[in-house]
Design a protein around this ligand. Structure first.
Ligand code: GTP
Ligand code: MG
Length: 378
């Protein structure tokens, strides 16, 4: 079944590449884009269903955060897992491709946080439509907080950047959006009146185009609001589809020991498209600690300390949360009874206007180093 869908996608994509972009063809382009999005969605549904292997090898989430390793075969994913987990994990390493056949989780301790690393089999072209163990791999990646995209130096001393493009395309096809923020769009279904369109800032799409896409995606009456400028047709389609996953990507360039001549950092940043990357050598254990700290920073974790009411603060064991998490997240991480019986909380630290600020609501965002006392109903 997925083969047929893929064939259709290919047809549409070919049509898209043949169409020159101008005002007259815009409608046809958006129509084609909507069709591709719907078909890809069918693929994602198959891939994330149990039958399609979407449970992602069934790795149980543990720790404060999850990081998934993705990369072509033999780039050194398993070698790196073994190093980062300081020998607590033993994922098989070998010189042949497809050594790792399933997901291997390992735990990395850093700055009082426990980070679950997931080593995965090598990915190949067509993974999103199920080639190799593609569906399971992408299933496991979908639930991660950070994706470590691994590439490596080749024996001739050059870096294989093309793998990055392939992997990103596969992740895109699987509904993942790397280093992007969800577009700020609101769509409210209405009973009549067609498609209403209001916006903030400069937009490149006009009402006709927005209407075209919405009609194509099954909306006849709705009011649409863009609260950020320059929303693209793809972002609009993503918003309507709703199952997109927005994750950060960090690029690891392994096998630095094979590098011959120096490649400028700017050149690497240009090729990668951002400066969230590091060169390492798993073989020579080079830059491994640097990478550990970079992972910690990329995850944007914060430490919150608990002060039981009328007692001293416990500085020995912080609760690890993600940046932007609120008191509700903290309660849930402790035990759901903290949320059910919540009365108020007192907060000291960066997020409080004054020491011991009182919060009756749980939607207050906490910051790194905050001290919190939670008072419960009796
Ligand atoms: N020269 C060099 N070789 C490395 C380095 N890291 C790993 N290797 C070698 O590369 C080969 C593949 O390493 P693995 O860790 O098994 O690679 P993988 O990405 O897990 O491979 P699959 O599980 O098959 O996808 C092994 O022969 C490793 O010894 C490195 O930093 N430098
Ligand atoms: Mg491996």
């Amino acid at each position: 079944m997925s083969e047929k869908i893929e064939e259709k996608i290919r047809d549409f994509e070919e049509r898209l590449s043949r169409t020159q972009k101008n005002k007259a063809t815009q409608k046809a382009i958006n129509y084609t884009k909507a069709q591709i999005a719907k078909l890809r969605n069918d693929l994602i549904k198959i891939a994330t269903s149990k039958k399609g292997g979407g449970s992602g090898f069934g790795v149980k989430k543990t720790g404060d955060s999850q990081v998934a390793f993705i990369g072509f075969p033999s780039v050194g994913k398993s070698s790196l897992l073994n190093l980062l987990t300081r020998g607590n994990t033993d994922s098989k390493v070998a010189s042949y491709d497809f050594t790792t056949l399933t997901a291997i989780p390992g735990m990395m301790d850093i700055e009082e946080a426990k980070i679950q690393l997931i080593d995965l089999p090598g990915i190949i072209l067509g993974a999103a439509s199920g080639k190799g163990r593609g569906r399971e791999i992408l299933g496991a990646v979908r639930s991660a907080d950070l994706i470590l995209n691994l590439i490596c130096f080749l024996p001739d001393g050059s870096i294989e950047f093309s793998h990055l493009t392939t992997i990103r395309q596969e992740l895109f096809n699987a509904g993942m959006r790397l280093n992007e923020k969800p577009p700020r769009i609101q769509i409210t279904k209405t009973n009549r009146g067609g498609i209403g369109f209001t916006y903030n800032g400069h937009q490149d799409m006009d009402r006709e185009e927005v209407k075209g896409i919405l009609n194509e995606m099954g909306f006849s009456n709705a009011s649409v609001y863009f609260s950020e400028p320059h929303v693209t047709p793809d972002q609009l389609i993503d918003h309507i589809m709703g199952n997109r996953i927005y994750t950060k990507e960090f690029v690891v360039i392994n096998k630095k020991d094979l590098a011959k001549k120096k490649i400028k950092d700017e050149e690497i940043t240009n090729k990668i498209g951002h400066n969230h990357w590091v060169k390492i050598s798993a073989l020579n254990k080079e830059n491994i600690d640097k990478l550990r700290h970079q992972i910690f920073q990329e995850l944007e974790l914060i430490r919150v300390y608990l002060k039981p009411p009328q007692k001293e603060v416990d500085m020995s064991e912080p609760i690890i949360l993600h940046k932007g998490d609120n008191i509700k997240k903290l309660c849930l991480k402790l035990h759901k009874r903290f949320l059910i019986n919540y009365r108020y909380a007192l907060v000291w630290g960066k997020s409080a206007k004054h020491p011991g600020q009182k919060f009756i609501q749980t939607d207050h965002n906490l910051e790194d180093g905050d001290i919190v006392s939670i008072y419960l109903k009796r």
